[in-house]
Design a protein around this ligand. Sequence first.
Ligand code: FE2
Length: 289
Amino acid sequence: MRSFYASVASNTLGVGVGLRSPHVARILKDLPSLDWFELLADNHIVAGGWARQQAIEIAQHYPVTMHCVGMSIGSCDPINFDYLKKVKQLAVEVQTRLLSDHLCWTTWNSQNSHDLLPLPFTEEALAHVVDRIVRIQDYLGSRIAIENVSSYLTYKHSTIEEVEFVNSVAQQADCLILFDINNLYVNHVNNGQQTYRYLNNIDITRVAELHLAGFENKEQYVLDAHNDTVHDNVWALYEYFLRRKIDVPTLIEWDHNIPEFEVLYAEAMKACQIKQQLLREREPVYAVS
Ligand SMILES: [Fe+2]
């Protein structure tokens, strides 16, 4: 499928951060050196008003991507085309470089859980999700990226390994993957997910963006709270992935206990430094005679 968001898959976007309203005035005043911002689309989806205006003004200065939480891709409810219509309008208005949502379900019987609920990894769920993504992409007129979610349980009747499920969805629906490396680590701690096996097997040809975020240690489990700096173990997994594919945009997410912009910016610079270090290692060393 043709994609008018195709430029995100190239090396034009380096490291960005999620746009959060407490930072907007500061960003528009100082125009900090960042490659792009990710808009949490649902915050800006209503036409008119200050939140929409913020998105438009940021898009006048920076490339933006759009991240949705409302498609409920895995649900058995009908696809919400009213919601998709608003998403499409915003996408055109801000000229988004990528449009993404989660490989999960959020609604049941028109009730919204306001949570990203995990899917069972079965052939039945695979066919169901692929069919819905194809129809969503047909309506939007472009590919979307689907994100692996964090979870606190697994289903006994899953028959497919998660990474295989994600790859199959992307290949069969011809969509892209938004690979959240923090979610992978959270699932490793909570559910025993094998991190390096996942990193080695994910279909890098379809990974169009990476997410990094902080989690909260609850002793019995870790909560994907997006309220802290990125954990050292997640940075290590990030570096490992970049050795497989480096020309992929990286996004720092921070949604709760939002810090001063400088803290978020420092996290983005850390991601830049890791990328730059790996690129330097790839440069050929010439002997001087
Ligand atoms: Fe994420």
